[in-house]
Ligand binder design. Structure first.
Ligand SMILES: [Zn+2]
Length: 611
């Protein structure tokens, strides 16, 4: 009880501080004449540090980001959207929706059954690839998927903030990592090829640039080389220069003409370096420093252009991070357990997603709903008995799912021992996997025995752990949070994300600018789905229908930006128990309910002997 009570007292103190800050900020804004800048001329800059964990932001690692979160708003309880993967959260940041709304479930998705197997195979360029899960971190693949005869303009289920700003005659620039960038407007390429006249936008990703003039510049970008951490820093720095030298001046011109502007800058780091070298290594620290230098360059440019009074800057990461404890090749293990014909067979397809795998059961191999349900039940019983499994989510049985079996009430999934995808923003979509299996995260175990080439590596084989070479770099300082993971080319000690553990679900967010309070710690639960609705509010765009996120009013200076007295939210526990032959597996999800929304905080699995 004591910690809860202490938290409550602290929250009440924060509410009082927030209320007085809000008054002070409102008065200050009036004095400074910030209102003189019409809302229509607002500039919203979203800077993404891929995979940044909030506990790695401090005065030493990231002095400029540390200064920003002290001076502006620090979102102290920010949440990634589950699965904690880049593409899921890019779609969420672009639209304000969870996967059930955006239709983006992972960095790799198995789309052939959704498109129809024969039709999928006939799609130009990518048809041959659709027989397997497709890696979506590729601008051309995404552009093709949004064309006819694939999704025909419906790759993303909702309109994005960028599309709304463009429709309002504003300026949009999206710059950075291939994959997440294209989700901010899945029509970038289509509109360009349709030649609908000049548009006021800039799109530059690793593999594609538009308008045409930018393609020549992209050819001059410093190449990224695998294993060369300096080349990733150089590429992010090159993107930062595009943001400061081209996007911000164009945004200023739009603002001067009374138009809104949106700039998205998505860095590869620290994610790419944390993946390959591992958390707490020298390359990972260098990556943080480089991201911080890019932030300094952005803020310096905003100042030099004289647009600080009309520019809101939100710095966010897409997801948290953990260290790989051991590799779990799920497809291979399912074959060994007699649940799948072969690793490449399509009766059961596994899209490996690092911390969470998606499982799809073939409708042609298992035409009867009862047979599908039976194989799903056996997969759940097999995985639930393993030390590496976390929570499992099952597709809503009523939406073309495994059977017409009535859905349990609350959070229960249609298969015993699972949670309902629909209760977590993952359901009601034709693309929803039959199962989403999160691997187990151990939040408090650190990587001192895992990261560094001197440590052994493990792959979970059918007969127990198998030794594997450890490809991570030497550890400089230990970082808590380890996770089991399924991803080709990775080893113990390297970094990963995607699971439903606290270290991956809690990511970074902070904001500064004329619409945000100064010196505020926002202790309300917030999440990546809330960023797009907040941007729309600031840019005076109509809220997009179907979003899961909320406007972060408690952080805003504006008219309705009062602190919510129910600021902490209400803790919620969801629990499911599965009885196996010799044990009982209880999986617990912790959530916070706030403002009519639920934020997933953590998960835990306990195993007890069967009575
Ligand atoms: Zn990412």
């Amino acid at each position: 009880m004591r910690p809860r009570k202490a938290a409550l007292v602290a929250a009440i103190a924060v509410i009082a501080v927030v209320a007085s800050l809000a008054l002070a900020a409102r008065a200050g804004a009036k004095e400074a004449g910030a209102r003189a800048v019409p809302a229509r001329g607002r500039i919203f800059v979203l800077m993404v540090w891929d995979g940044l964990r909030p506990d790695l932001v401090d005065a030493v690692n990231t002095p400029n980001l540390f200064a920003l979160e002290q001076a502006g708003v620090r979102f102290a309880r920010h949440h990634s959207i589950y699965p904690t993967l880049t593409m899921v959260n890019a779609a969420g940041l672009a639209t304000g929706a969870a996967p059930g709304g955006s239709g983006i479930y992972g960095d790799a998705m198995y789309l052939a059954p959704v498109l129809g197997m024969a039709r999928a195979a006939a799609i130009p360029q990518i048809g041959v690839l659709l027989g397997d899960p497709l890696n979506l971190e590729n601008s051309r693949y995404l552009a093709e998927l949004n064309e006819s005869p694939a999704f025909d303009g419906r790759l993303i289920g909702l309109r994005t903030t960028a599309q709304e700003v463009e429709a309002a005659g504003g300026y949009v620039a999206v710059i950075g990592k291939a994959g997440p960038t294209l989700l901010f407007d899945d029509n970038f390429v289509k509109k360009e090829s349709n030649g609908k006249g000049p548009r006021n936008y800039l799109f530059v990703a690793d593999d594609l640039a538009a308008p045409q003039a930018s393609a020549a510049e992209l050819a001059q970008a410093p190449p990224m080389k695998r294993g060369d951490y300096g080349s990733v820093i150089a590429r992010d720095g090159w993107f930062a220069k595009l943001a400061t030298d081209q996007a911000l001046p164009a945004a200023r011109a739009a603002s001067a003409a009374g138009q809104p502007a949106l700039i998205v800058f998505w860095q590869h780091n620290p994610d790419l370096t944390q993946h390959m070298a591992g958390l707490g290594t020298q390359p990972a620290r260098d990556a943080l420093h480089a991201c911080d230098a890019n932030l300094a360059a952005l803020r310096a440019a905003i100042g030099a252009l004289g647009i600080a009074d009309r520019t809101d800057l939100v710095v966010v990461s897409d997801h948290g991070f953990a260290t790989i404890k051991a590799m779990v090749p799920l497809a291979r293990l399912l074959v060994a357990a007699g649940l799948k014909k072969s690793v490449k067979s399509t009766d059961i397809v596994v899209a490996d997603g690092g911390g969470s795998d998606s499982v799809y059961v073939s409708r042609s191999d298992f035409p009867r709903a009862g047979a599908r349900r039976e194989v799903l039940r056996r997969i759940v019983e097999y995985t639930a008995a393993q030390e590496w499994v976390g929570p499992i989510f099952a597709r809503d049985a009523t939406v073309g799912g495994p059977s017409g079996h009535p859905r349990g009430h609350g959070y229960d999934g249609s298969i015993a021992g699972t949670f309902d995808e629909s209760a977590f923003g993952l359901g009601n979509n034709a693309r929803a996997p039959d199962l989403i299996i999160s691997f187990r995260e151990l939040s408090d175990v650190d990587n001192s025995e895992l990261t560094g080439p001197v440590h052994p590596g493990d792959t979970m084989g059918p007969n127990g752990p198998e030794a594997q070479t450890n490809h991570s770099s030497a550890l400089v300082h230990p970082v808590p949070g380890v996770v089991y993971a399924d991803a080709n080319g990775f080893t113990s000690g390297m970094g990963m994300h995607g699971a439903a553990g606290a270290r991956e679900l809690h990511n970074f967010a902070a904001a500064i600018g004329p619409d945000f309070h100064r010196g505020l710690i926002d202790t309300a639960p917030t999440g990546n789905a809330d960023i797009a609705p907040t941007a729309a509010e600031i840019l005076r765009q109509a809220p997009v229908e179907g979003v899961t996120g909320r406007v972060l009013r408690e952080a805003l200076v504006s008219r309705r930006g009062r602190a919510d007295p129910r600021m902490c939210g209400e803790p919620v526990i969801a629990r499911t128990t599965l009885r196996l032959k010799t044990s009982r597996v209880t999986t617990t999800l912790r959530l916070t309910r706030y403002g009519g929304r639920e934020y997933l905080d953590d998960s835990a699995v306990t195993v007890t002997p069967a009575r």
